[in-house]
Design a protein around this ligand. Structure first.
Ligand code: ADP
Length: 239
């Protein structure tokens, strides 16, 4: 029930502040848990049984997921408060996209999905925050693989389009229904049917991606047919 002492704007503001405080408080202990687990798994403290290693690996996987969530919550708070900063440097977007493909190949294989990329020759470098654009590409392609169905395919392309570099990822996945199309860039939004396919997810990836691309001077959009697949694209000005 809404608190009658606060307007809905104030309530939203308070939720943003509380989320930011909690996320900050979780960051340091989570980093401590992760490094302790990594030290134990390294074997430096003595040998472990297969079962011990298995449980510690599960714990490490869980702590990595929590660290990812906390990072996304902190990024979303920075965006909401207008504090997101970019650190642009001259970068090769094609190489960034290829690096994402290399990182996600094992995941794609586990999902029976073929993953391919074409990068136009001689693309000019452009001035972008490479880490953040890597994060956007990773988010789009990770979603494309995660929301695939059956033996799917994900095809990426990076090419020049006038004064822009255009990145596209086309998948043969579940697609997005007309009722969801206006909402998927909203903070925390996940389409109701997606939780059955992938229960993990915060609905923050596209919200953060849109903010990064727009702050970089670009645009991000998608086309999708429910049950057939989606194409997510973004453009970045060559500068
Ligand atoms: P998350 O993937 O963690 O739920 P995102 O912000 O990355 O959060 O995506 C928001 C929602 O957009 C997803 O939950 C899903 O409903 C939809 N979506 C994103 N990418 C795709 C895709 N390639 N195919 C189908 N649905 C997608």
């Amino acid at each position: 029930m809404p608190d009658k002492h606060f307007t809905s704007e104030e309530t939203t503001q308070r939720i943003t502040e509380v989320t930011s405080v909690i996320s900050h408080q979780l960051k340091t202990p989570l980093a401590g848990i992760k490094s302790s687990l990594e030290i134990m798994l390294s074997g430096d403290l003595g040998e472990m049984t297969v079962k011990q290693r298995e449980y510690l690996t599960l714990a490490l996987d869980g702590s990595n997921k929590m660290i990812g969530l906390v990072k996304n919550l902190l990024d979303a708070s920075r965006i909401d408060e207008g504090r997101m900063q970019l650190m642009p440097e001259s970068s090769d977007v094609g190489a960034l996209a290829k690096a994402v493909v290399a990182d996600l190949t094992t995941f794609a294989q586990a999902k029976n999905t073929t993953l391919s990329i074409t990068v136009e020759d001689n693309l000019p470098k452009t001035f972008i925050d490479a880490l953040k654009i890597h994060e956007v590409i990773n988010n789009i392609v990770y979603n494309a693989i995660r929301y695939s169905k059956g033996r799917g395919s994900v095809t990426m392309s990076v090419r020049r389009d006038g004064h822009d570099i255009l990145f596209s990822s086309t998948d043969t996945g579940v697609g997005i229904g007309d009722g969801d199309k206006g909402k998927i860039f909203s903070k925390f939004y996940r389409s109701p049917s997606i939780s059955a396919i992938a229960p993990d997810g915060s609905g923050l990836g596209l919200y953060i991606s849109k903010a990064i691309i727009e702050k970089s001077g670009g645009k991000i959009w998608f086309e999708s047919v429910e049950g057939k697949g989606s194409t997510f694209s973004f453009s970045l000005p060559i500068q």
